[in-house]
Design a protein around this ligand. Structure first.
Ligand SMILES: Nc1nc2c(ncn2[C@@H]2O[C@H](COP(=O)(O)OP(=O)(O)OP(=O)(O)O)[C@@H](O)[C@H]2O)c(=O)[nH]1
Length: 436
């Protein structure tokens, strides 16, 4: 039973009681109708002999066999009458018609010992026996003659064939079973339709829940169930699935934003928004590698602000911060789109000028230096100017590592500081060289 599907269970729930009821009702009706048919046949047999006995009185009394035979001929024309006979009080057959099942002695036995007037014979007939009595009043329903009544002068006996009764019973059984089968078939069709109306939406919901649990959150079900409660369930499910999908989308967007923000924070300077030292070191490693592998030349510039500390000390840290932001933008505007500008320390910046010759790099660096030195920073009425000391190193494949490149650029910048600040100095010797 536990292996049955929902649909099969629903069909069984409806069909079982109906089948039991149909069986019980059919049995009851068949029994009742069989009993009624039996009783009707017995009544007919009784009625025939009750009519025949007084009619035969004169013939028996007079021994008029011809009249009695004519009487029996009329009786034999009655429906289902298979045989009839009239016997005298001693058992002598006065008239007989049809093929009798009960011999005269047996009829006399039944009659004389007062046994039932209606008996079933061995070959399936129904026999009715009635006395023929001399009575001025005839056969009286209220005072029927008894077997040992001296007025009894003979007996009439009629045998009814029960074949048509049996056929009638068979017809009853067949038609009752056919009606029961029809009722069961109709109930089955109805139960099947009902169970499908319930089980199909439920199965669809189960499939959708499974899809959602597998991560397919856009799963929906149809909202066209004919059953109101199920339709409400379908709508509710779709709203719920949509809410889950939207919550998931919102969450994913926030996760993506947070991830992007974290990635940006990991590689950018929060004050100026420029790539930070970490991003710069990665870019420098790539540039040095490219210069050594494919002679893909670049130029590294190490930039240190001149006299920046004065701004901090005079106008405060916030002023220093604001100046750093302005200078970062100023530098960014003056290099090419593909060049890298990074803030790698407090007042230190670095440039990687990709695919750039030394002469062009000098031009760019000089342009920057001039622009910064000409820039006047105003803060609360005070005016500040700063300069740039720039150390320039060609990444032409001769430097072995990013570390070497950075040391060389730092040294060149230091040279610019030593040379009086606000200038561009190119580093021309190699690491390992005694002058490096
Ligand atoms: N406002 C601000 N100041 C910073 C920041 N990071 C570093 N500094 C300051 O920048 C200054 C850098 O020192 P120095 O390079 O010696 O100052 P300088 O005046 O430029 O000296 P020279 O390079 O010799 O010209 C220090 O006073 C630091 O406190 C920052 O993020 N914001």
């Amino acid at each position: 039973m536990h292996r049955l599907t929902l649909s099969q269970r629903l069909v069984l729930i409806v069909l079982l009681p109906v089948a039991l009821l149909a069986g019980a009702l059919s049995g009851f009706l068949l029994q009742r109708s069989a009993a009624t048919a039996d009783a009707a046949l017995r009544d007919r047999a009784q009625a025939i002999v009750s009519f025949l006995a007084p009619a035969a009185e004169y013939g028996v009394f007079a021994g008029n066999r011809r009249a009695l035979s004519a009487l029996l001929g009329a009786v034999l024309e009655q429906r289902d009458v298979a045989a009839a006979s009239i016997i005298d009080a001693e058992g002598g057959v006065l008239a007989s018609s049809g093929r009798r099942s009960l011999p005269a002695e047996t009829v006399l036995d039944y009659a004389s010992n007062g046994a039932a007037r209606i008996v079933a014979t061995a070959d399936g007939r129904l026999a009715a026996i009635a006395p023929v009595a001399i009575s001025p009043l005839g056969i009286d329903d209220h005072a029927a003659p008894m077997a040992d009544d001296p007025g009894v002068i003979g007996w009439v006996h009629v045998e009814l064939d029960t074949a048509s009764l049996a056929a009638h019973k068979r017809e009853m059984i067949v038609s009752t079973l056919a009606i029961a089968a029809l009722v069961l078939l109709l109930t089955l069709a109805l139960a099947w339709g009902m169970s499908r109306a319930v089980s199909r939406p439920v199965a669809e919901l189960v499939r959708a829940v499974r899809r959602i649990s597998e991560g397919r959150l856009n799963s929906k079900v149809g909202e066209h169930s004919g059953i109101g409660e199920l339709r409400a369930l379908q709508r509710g499910f779709n709203h719920m699935a949509q809410a889950i999908a939207e919550a998931q989308n919102t969450m994913q967007i926030r996760i993506d934003e947070a991830t992007a923000q974290l990635a940006h924070q990991a590689t950018h300077d929060p004050l100026t928004g420029l790539p930070n030292r970490r991003a710069f070191e990665q870019a420098l490693e790539a540039a040095v590698g490219a210069s050594r592998r494919a002679s893909d030349a670049s130029v590294l510039c190490f930039i240190d602000l001149d006299n920046f500390k004065i701004v901090n000390d005079t106008a405060g840290h916030a002023a220093g911060d604001a100046l750093l932001v302005r200078l970062a933008a100023l530098i960014r505007e003056r290099v090419r789109a593909g060049d890298l500008v990074a803030r790698i320390g407090g007042d230190e910046f670095a440039l990687i000028l990709h695919g750039c010759g030394v002469a062009e790099a000098h031009q760019i660096a000089e342009n920057l230096r001039r622009a910064v030195s000409e820039f006047e920073f105003m803060w609360e009425g005070a005016r500040f100017t700063v300069g740039l000391s720039i150390g320039l190193v060609p990444l032409d494949g001769r430097l072995e590592s990013p570390g070497d490149a950075l040391v060389a650029a730092d040294l060149a910048c230091y040279g610019a500081k030593r040379g009086g600040r606000n200038r561009v100095v190119e580093h021309t010797t190699l690491p390992g060289d005694s002058r490096f």
